[in-house]
Design a protein around this ligand. Structure first.
Ligand code: URA
Length: 200
């Protein structure tokens, strides 16, 4: 399966009622064989308007962190969300919506086969950790720790939107991105075994 094929499936999805309320599906975008995938919660208003992930204010912060802290190009990573449709008024995703939509994210992860999975915010972190069998408590406890699971490295951080309205959290997100940068640099072209040395 290719990313295009997954996208095609998403673009006609009716697995939960959100398809009726959205303006556009937001499947995600980026490179097919990206080394790193960023997973947010769900599209917001701007994303719903345009059908592209993380293009509003939170997206600007994410793009800035990718380009300036990680020194990668946005088009060289993959950016997506747990939900591919916007929940009305940006309300929290429901368990049913997450369950219905998760197979798309899992297929995207399978096809891209990224080395690093970055979960942005508690919904993405809880959903992805649950899938990988990693216990999740709270985002403030679990963030900033790089974990190895099935040959992949997972890290959670606060959602960029949280960083926008609470500046101290923005600094924490930056710190976590610096850790990711250091990790990528240190493990370039290497097969690594873990790795508690980055842990808090
Ligand atoms: N917030 C998210 O979680 N995802 C987006 O794409 C935009 C805002």
């Amino acid at each position: 399966m290719s990313l295009k094929e997954i996208e095609k499936e998403i673009l006609s999805c009716r697995r939960c009622p959100l398809w009726k309320l959205k303006k556009n599906y937001v499947p995600g975008e980026g490179k097919e064989n990206a080394e790193i995938i960023f997973i947010g919660e769900a599209p917001g208003r701007d994303e719903d308007e345009k059908g592209r992930p993380f293009i509003g204010n939170a997206g600007k912060l994410l793009t800035d962190l990718i380009e300036n802290t990680l020194q990668l190009r946005r088009e060289d990573v993959f950016i997506t969300n747990v939900l591919k449709c916007r929940p009305p008024n940006n309300r929290d995703p429901t368990e049913e919506e997450i369950k219905a939509c998760l197979p798309y994210l899992l297929k995207q992860i399978e096809v891209i086969n990224p080395k690093v999975i970055v979960c942005l915010g508690r919904f993405a972190a809880k959903t992805v950790f649950d899938h990988f069998g990693i216990p999740f408590t709270t985002i403030s406890k679990e963030r900033g720790i790089i974990r190895e699971k099935n040959g992949k490295y997972l890290i959670a951080t606060y959602h960029p939107a949280a960083g926008l309205y609470k500046p101290p959290l923005k600094e924490v997100i930056e710190e976590d991105f610096k850790k990711i940068k250091y990790f990528i640099k240190k493990t370039k072209n290497k097969k690594v075994t873990l790795f508690d040395f980055f842990s808090k």
